[in-house]
Design a protein around this ligand. Sequence first.
Ligand code: 3PG
Length: 214
Amino acid sequence: MVKTNDSLYSALVDKKLVPVIKISDPDSSEQLADALITGGLSVAEVTFRTGCAAEVISRMKNSRPGMFVGAGTVLTVAQAEAAVSAGADFIVSPGLDADVVRYCQKAAVPVVPGCVTPTEITAALALGLSTVKFFPASSFGGAAAVKALSAPFPDVAFIPTGGIDMRNLRDYTSLGCVLAVGGSFMATEKLIADKAWDEIAARTRSALAAICAP
Ligand code: 3PG
């Protein structure tokens, strides 16, 4: 199996699933965390697509200390700093920015940049990384592309994200090079805004069952 940062690896290798969260109301932080936990998952990636992302990360971490909460859509060093100050356990970016990567390495926080080409993966390796996000996965060739990329990069772990749902989840998680998949389908922006906690828990449970199914 691929090697990667220890804390990130151990948090993701078991369930292989990362809910990608876009949340606008920080007061829903605790209930959203509980819905995911009820569904069987103690991991979340809270995206910096809303102004309250850092607050949500902080509230999830403080109220549910067992959760592994990362920051997503981190585009700048300033956002990475805000995420780390809020207690983020890991940082995810849609693309590869060397300054963001170096900042996270200095802060000793796992960082997962988006890479979809051999050149981008080579740049990530040169920065000392071994885990990359493959985003947007469905638009860049899906599971077949991840499999093809893993041939020349056998020590790279991939986290495909973008266009993943119940229909294609296993195409990715059945690949040995895939550490986990990310997606918003379990906890969509609308489900969160509607406070549909039971539905989020049910979707999370179904996704985990699909990944585990023989
Ligand atoms: C991400 O930020 O990783 C993606 O927006 C999640 O993609 P999805 O909404 O297609 O799952």
